[in-house]
Design a protein around this ligand. Structure first.
Ligand code: ATP
Ligand code: MG
Length: 581
C-alpha cells in the first residue's frame, strides 16, 4: 500500500469529547470517525485491526471446539417476553416497532435467540455439549457512552453460548473458554487478570471478567486483588474481612440528643466525640421506582450493584433531596439527608419502603442513628429495643483497599481494569422459562445447562491502545497492527533512496509482510510523526546512509534504532511476522 493512497487523514487535534488515550489516538490517527453519540465508523486502518482481533478470536474459538454462526441483529419482542427480559432489561435495550406495529429490539446480546435455536435443534442428550458463537455488531443504548470504542452504543462483540446436559460438562466448557480467552488476549498482546464478578443483566451464578489492568481513567472497574493468593474480584462482587473496630457506642441509655448541623458522618462523629464505627448510617435509594433504605456502618460505603442484587430490580440510584423531602412529609417528618433513620418510615407513594441492613450494622451496640428530625440523633440505640433490625440482611458494602483477603487474610489491593471479556455460568436461567429442553438418557425432558462467553472486539482493540502507546502515538502489538511495517524514503526525489525503498517494499510484500511505503513528497519529520502516530511496529528509513549500504531500522515498541543493511531489515521483519502466534 502506498501512503499516498492509504485512506487516512491524521489530525493535529483530537476530538473535544475524547477523554482517554485510546479515543484520542484512534481519532487523531484516522482509525475512527464518530457518526453520532457512541456510534463510530471504523475506517480502513481500524477495520484491519478489528479483523485481526476477530481472526485471533475465531481461531481460538474454533480450536476450542466452538462453531460459528450468525444470528440476526433485530430481534422480536416475543422471545424476550419468554425469557422475562423484555421488562427486566433496562434502558440499554433499544426497542423499536416495525411498520405493522410489531415490537422488536436491537440485539444487545443473544441469549434469547440462541436458546430458541437450540430448543428446535438440540433434542437429545446425545447432541450435547455444544458451543455456538458469533461475531457481530451489538447495540446497547448506554446511559453514558464515552471513551470512544471502550464504551460505545454500537460495538462489535464475540458472543458464545454453550449447552450441556449436566453441571460437570458446563464446568469443563467454562474452563475450556477460560483457556481460550487467556490465549486470545495473549495473542492480542494484552495481559489480563481473570476476576470474579457480578452477573448483572445476563444472569447466572458464577462469572469471571477478563480485565486489562490500567492505572488510567479508561479502567471503569475497580478490581480488588490479593498479592499473596489468587483472589481477584470486581468491586461489585468483592468481599473482605474487616479489621477490628469499636462496635459499642458506650452510651448508658437510649436518648435523643441535639446534633446541630451534623450533615456528614465526620461531622457527627466529631460532634459526639465517638468513632464513626458506632454510627448506623441510613442512605435512601430508588430502585426502579421503589424506595429502599440501606443501613450501613458509618465508616463504610454502599456498593450499589450489591444493594440492587439484595432487593432485585433493574436500575438503582441515590434518591434526590426532593424525593427525600417528599418521603419525609408523607411519613409525617421533616428531615434532610444526614438525619434519616429507619424508625417510622413506612410508605412512599404507592410503595412500601424497604430496608436492607448491611452485615456491618448487625453487631452494633448502643449505637447512634438518625430519627428523621433535623439536628437530632438517637444515641445508645439497640436492635430490637429502639430500632427494628430489617428482615433483609445482606453484604452491600463496598470493599476498600487494606481490608483483608477473604481467602488468605492478607491486605487487599485495588487497581483499575478494562473489562475486555466475560464468562458466565447461566445454568437454566434462560432454558427454563423458555422451555428449552432436551431428552435425557432417562427419557425425561430437562432444560439445558447453559453458559455464555463474551468478548468486546472493539473494546479489546481500544484496550490494546491503552496498554501500548507513548506521547507520540500507538505502539500496536505486531499481531493486531493494521500493517506490520512502513518503509520511508527520506527524499522521494532521490533516485537511489526511492529505488532501494521500493525494493525493500517489494521484498517484504513478496514474503507476506503487510507493508506501507511512504511515497509522499513530505518532509521526513512529517512522515516520521505520522508513522509513530499510526503505530507501525517497524519503520525502515532509507536516507543518505544508503550510499554506505545502510538503512535505519526502528522498532516502535522499544524505540530501538539501528543501522542495518536492507537485507537485514527485511529479514528481521519477515522473521517477526512469521513468528506471530
Ligand atoms: P460493562 O460492565 O463494561 O458494561 P457488560 O458486563 O455489560 O460490560 P457483557 O454483557 O458481559 O458486558 O458483554 C461482553 C463484552 O462486551 C464485555 O466484556 C465488553 O468487552 C464488551 N462490551 C460490553 N458493553 C460494551 C460497550 N458499551 N462498548 C464496547 N464494548 C462493550
Ligand atoms: Mg454493560
Amino acid at each position: 500500500m502506498k501512503m499516498s493512497k492509504l485512506f487516512v487523514q491524521t489530525q493535529r487535534e483530537f476530538p473535544a469529547d475524547a477523554e482517554v488515550v485510546s479515543h484520542k489516538m484512534l481519532a487523531r490517527a484516522g482509525y475512527i470517525k464518530k457518526l453520532t453519540s457512541g456510534v463510530y465508523n471504523f475506517l480502513p486502518l481500524m477495520w484491519r485491526v478489528l479483523k485481526k482481533v476477530e481472526d485471533i478470536i475465531r481461531d481460538e474459538m474454533d480450536k476450542a471446539g466452538a462453531q460459528e454462526l450468525l444470528m440476526p441483529f433485530v430481534q422480536p419482542k416475543e422471545l424476550w417476553e419468554q425469557s422475562g427480559r423484555w421488562n427486566a432489561y433496562g434502558g440499554e435495550l433499544m426497542r423499536l416497532k416495525d411498520r405493522h406495529g410489531r415490537e422488536m429490539c436491537l440485539g444487545p446480546t443473544h441469549e434469547e435467540i440462541i436458546t430458541s435455536i437450540a430448543r428446535d435443534s438440540l433434542k437429545s442428550y446425545k447432541q450435547l455439549p455444544v458451543n455456538l458463537y458469533q461475531i457481530q455488531s451489538k447495540f446497547r443504548d448506554e446511559r453514558r457512552p464515552r471513551f470512544g470504542l471502550l464504551r460505545g452504543r454500537e460495538f462489535i462483540m464475540k458472543d458464545a453460548y454453550s449447552f450441556a446436559s449436566n453441571q460437570e460438562d458446563l464446568d469443563k466448557e467454562y474452563q475450556n473458554m477460560w483457556q481460550a480467552y487467556t490465549n486470545i488476549f495473549n495473542r492480542c498482546g494484552l495481559a489480563t487478570k481473570a476476576v470474579q464478578s457480578d452477573s448483572g443483566a445476563i444472569g447466572g451464578n458464577v462469572s469471571h471478567e477478563f480485565m486489562v489492568i490500567t492505572d488510567t481513567d479508561a479502567g471503569e472497574n475497580d478490581v480488588f486483588y490479593c498479592d499473596d493468593c489468587d483472589y481477584a474480584a470486581n468491586s461489585n462482587h468483592a468481599i473482605s474481612n474487616l479489621p477490628e473496630a469499636v462496635l459499642d457506642g458506650k452510651f448508658d441509655k437510649a436518648e435523643i440528643v441535639d446534633t446541630p448541623d451534623t450533615h456528614s458522618i465526620d461531622e457527627l462523629s466529631a460532634f459526639l466525640n465517638i468513632p464513626s464505627t458506632v454510627i448506623c448510617k441510613s442512605l435512601v435509594y430508588i430502585i426502579d421506582k421503589a424506595p429502599v433504605i440501606a443501613l450501613i456502618r458509618g465508616d463504610k460505603a454502599v456498593e450499589e450493584t450489591k444493594l440492587l442484587n439484595a432487593v432485585g430490580g433493574v436500575e438503582i440510584r441515590i434518591a434526590t433531596s426532593g424525593e427525600i423531602e417528599e418521603m419525609m412529609k408523607e411519613n409525617g417528618f421533616d428531615a434532610v439527608a444526614g438525619f434519616i433513620g429507619p424508625n417510622g418510615l413506612k410508605k412512599y407513594g404507592e410503595y412500601d419502603i424497604k430496608f436492607v441492613a448491611d452485615k456491618t450494622v448487625e453487631n452494633l451496640k448502643n449505637f447512634v442513628v438518625g430519627i428523621n428530625q433535623n439536628d437530632k440523633h438517637l444515641v445508645g440505640a439497640n436492635w430490637g429495643v429502639d430500632v427494628e433490625l430489617p428482615e433483609i440482611k445482606a453484604d452491600i458494602r463496598l470493599v476498600e483497599a487494606g481490608e483483608f483477603c477473604p481467602q488468605c487474610g492478607k491486605p487487599l489491593k485495588v487497581t483499575r481494569g478494562i473489562e475486555v471479556g466475560n464468562i458466565f455460568q447461566l445454568g437454566t436461567k434462560y432454558s427454563k422459562p423458555m422451555n428449552a429442553v432436551y431428552l435425557d438418557s432417562d427419557g425425561k425432558a430437562k432444560p439445558y445447562i447453559m453458559g455464555c462467553y463474551g468478548i468486546g472486539v472493539t473494546r479489546t482493540a481500544a484496550a490494546a491502545v491503552e496498554a501500548h502507546h507513548d506521547d507520540f502515538g500507538i505502539k500496536w502489538p505486531l499481531s493486531i497492527a493494521p500493517y506490520h511495517a512502513v518503509v520511508v524514503p527520506v527524499s522521494v526525489k532521490d533516485e537511489l533512496q526511492m529505488k532501494t525503498a521500493e525494493k525493500i517494499y517489494n521484498d517484504l510484500l513478496a514474503q507476506g509482510v503487510e507493508v506501507v511505503i511512504d511515497d509522499r513528497d513530505e518532509r521526513p519529520g512529517v512522515k516520521f510523526k505520522d508513522a509513530d502516530l499510526i503505530g507501525f511496529p517497524y519503520r525502515i528509513t532509507v536516507g543518505k546512509t544508503i550510499s554506505e549500504g545502510k538503512v535505519e531500522f526502528v522498532t516502535r515498541a522499544t524505540g530501538e534504532k539501528k543501522d542495518v543493511t536492507s537485507d537485514e531489515a527485511v529479514k528481521t521483519v519477515v522473521d517477526a511476522v512469521n513468528n506471530i502466534q
